[in-house]
Design a binder for this molecule. Structure first.
Ligand code: ADE
Length: 285
């Protein structure tokens, strides 16, 4: 073991070096007793399934191996060395729109890949987006992911409440079921956070105040000095991703990620080049 990398949703992530090769890996260790106690044993199976089915993909963290010991479940993940997007945002404050286009393009492809395999991520946030040595993204931590019954956007087969408060879509707060479009809502929150340096429905108060804002607060992009200068396609992207009406939300149609990719915000993006990691990252890690 080299050092502690962080705490995932249900476990500890350690940086380890393989003795025989010197290669570095991020090893996620989840205690069985803790998983059983919190009723999260099934979540590990889902996380493993996401890593197996949605990979290998350039923007999804690679899983090299998985096994269990007497008291722990272990996932051996590719080590992504550039830190996470939370730290990147802390260092830069805000991103300009061209940088945001780069990162969001890679993210759309990662989310689209998960959705193609009927997985809803449900925990898209800065902390779960890693940056590799070259500055490309890698989505990680699928401990809260869910499998939907179908990839139809109107499928609301996932009902358990989860995810990080500021990224939760309004339909997750009612407990009536949600599906793939919650990830597009979270991407709307991420877009806003990248460009404004703070969340759209921020609340210094309690959880119920935040929930009320997510459900009802009018988004005023033109009247807020931090967002008023955004280009028209950027404002439109954020408004369309943060549409409380799930059926109208960008990405909720049968095209899923294809509809998001076709939005004018991404005009000029060469998607084949993005997927091939041939677009140069805007920021050094
Ligand atoms: N933190 C969580 N997972 C990680 C990974 N795969 N690489 C680096 N840091 C991480």
């Amino acid at each position: 073991m080299v050092r502690l990398l962080g705490e995932g949703t249900f476990g500890t992530v350690l940086l380890v070096r393989e003795r025989s090769t010197g290669s570095l890996f991020a090893v996620k260790v989840m205690r069985k007793a803790q998983l059983i106690e919190s009723g999260q044993l099934a979540a590990v199976t889902t996380e493993r399934a996401v890593l197996r089915d949605a990979g290998p993909h350039p923007f999804v963290v690679r899983c090299e191996s998985g096994f269990h010991t007497h008291d722990a479940v272990v996932l051996v993940l590719e080590y992504v060395s550039g830190g996470d997007f939370f730290d990147l945002m802390k260092a830069h404050g805000t991103l300009d729109e061209s940088a945001a286009v780069f990162y969001l393009a890679e993210l759309v492809l990662a989310v689209g890949e998960l959705h193609r395999h009927s997985f809803v991520c449900r925990d898209l946030k800065l902390e779960n987006i890693l940056v590799d040595a070259a500055g490309h993204l890698r989505l990680t931590d699928f401990g809260l992911a869910g499998r939907v019954a179908s990839t139809s956007a109107t499928d609301t087969s996932v009902t358990d409440l989860s995810g990080t408060a500021i990224y939760q879509a309004p339909e997750m707060l009612t407990g009536k079921g949600h599906g793939l479009p919650v990830d597009w809502w979270a991407m709307g929150v991420l877009t806003y956070v990248m460009l404004a340096g703070r969340p759209p429905f921020a609340s210094d108060g309690n959880r119920s105040d935040l929930h009320a804002r997510i459900r009802t607060q009018q988004l005023d992009l033109d009247g807020d000095p931090r967002t008023a200068d955004w280009a028209a396609p950027t404002k439109d992207l954020v408004r369309r991703l943060l549409d409380r009406d799930v059926t109208k939300r960008l990405g909720s149609g049968s095209g899923d990620a294809e509809d998001v990719k076709a939005h004018p915000f991404f005009e000029g993006v060469d998607w084949d080049a993005v997927l091939a990691m041939q677009v140069t990252p805007p920021l050094p890690p």
